[in-house]
Design a protein around this ligand. Structure first.
Ligand code: UDP
Ligand code: MG
Length: 332
């Protein structure tokens, strides 16, 4: 019975729920954790709202696990979910949302690139009646030129291709009403592009501009290869236009081949057989062969994703937790 629960959200605890749940995915963040708790906790204390901090330890191999256990001992509002291995940020975020019980939920990066102080503005907007308040970066000065350029291209492409508009220059840093979170956690696909899922569920939203600082300590977990794959997940998860383009490419090449074929046949009929033609033959063979591989690759991208969905594996495995109701299905 219980094993099926992995793909559904655990029931919300009946006890009193905090106003605010902060969800922090973390992977090898021992360098930055002391700064994070320092700044986050003192900010939340001053804010005067009831809160919980859900730390999702995404298979860290450094001192993060020990530091989190200590933090929980100090303050039981700091709750910990330890994954059995690294499942990636998008999945860690999902797990945090699964367990977040607050009336409003705020995912935040562990490296203090999302300034906690902004949560105060989020709360104001939320109280005005917005269900989602997301932070938009005023500029991308702290990114490399390459990352800036690729981000601009990515948002252009994905917003052209996908049916749901995904706001540019936003991250996962936002406040969501609990009902938005409940909608999001129903989406259990394996290829999780959270920014897309956030946009997909809709609800009344508004934005707040902010300057994104550099990482407080430690180093980024996303290299270009990971970002590229992230972008592919985003596009294939929210659009089937590439498949259609593949079809058009096929149609256009077929059309060109027919026209060229007619030309060749007529020429042969008029002027007789003409043996030389090695160059044009090679060009045609290579071009069409290449196009076929590209189109197969596009289909493969979708097929691979379909395969991982068909396996219906749970999104994550929890190895242990602190301060959170253990779910039968989540524990070993
Ligand atoms: N993160 C995670 N699992 C991963 C990679 C990253 O939970 O596999 C967390 C990481 O600890 C941090 C957040 O995701 O809290 C953002 O990562 P990072 O700062 O490295 O990304 P960047 O800001 O450079 O895009
Ligand atoms: Mg960062």
């Amino acid at each position: 019975m219980a094993s099926q629960n992995v793909n559904t959200r655990p029931p919300l605890p009946q006890a009193e729920t905090p106003t605010l749940s902060i969800v922090v995915p973390m992977f090898n963040e021992a360098d930055v954790l002391p700064f994070l708790f320092d700044r986050l906790c003192s900010f939340l204390e001053n804010l005067g709202e009831s809160y919980e901090i859900i730390c999702v330890n995404d298979g860290s191999t450094d001192a993060t696990t020990g530091l989190l256990a200590e933090a929980h001992k100090r303050d039981n509002r700091i709750k910990v979910l330890n994954f059995s291995r690294n499942f990636g940020k998008e999945v860690a975020l999902t797990a945090g949302l699964d367990f977040a019980s607050g009336q409003a939920v705020v995912p935040i990066d562990a490296d203090l690139q999302d300034p906690p102080e902004l949560i105060e503005t989020f709360l104001e907007k939320w109280r005005e009646g917005y269900d989602v308040v997301y932070a938009v970066r005023r500029h991308r000065d702290t990114d490399t030129a390459m990352k800036r350029w690729s981000a601009i291209r990515f948002y252009k492409v994905i917003n052209r291709l996908s049916g749901v508009p995904i706001p540019a220059d936003t991250g996962d840093f936002r406040l969501m009403d609990q009902r938005v979170v409940r909608a999001i956690v129903q989406l259990r696909e394996q290829n999780r592009f959270m920014k897309g899922l956030f946009a997909w569920v809709g609800f009344r939203h508004t934005e707040v501009a902010y300057d994104r600082p550099e990482r407080a300590a430690g180093k980024t977990k996303f290299n270009y290869w990971r970002l590229w794959n992230f972008a592919l997940d985003g596009i294939t998860g929210f659009s089937t236009v590439p498949l259609r383009i593949a079809g058009y490419i096929g149609m256009l090449t077929a059309l060109a081949a027919i026209i060229y074929g007619i030309f060749l046949i007529s020429r042969t009929l008029v002027y007789g057989a003409d043996v030389p033609g090695y160059a044009s033959l090679m060009v045609a063979v290579l071009l069409i062969g290449g196009l076929q591989l590209v189109v197969l690759g596009v289909i493969g991208e979708y097929l691979g994703r379909l395969y991982s969905e068909a396996q219906k594996r749970p999104l994550y495995i929890v190895e242990s937790s602190l301060g959170l109701e253990p779910q039968d299905s989540h524990s070993p």
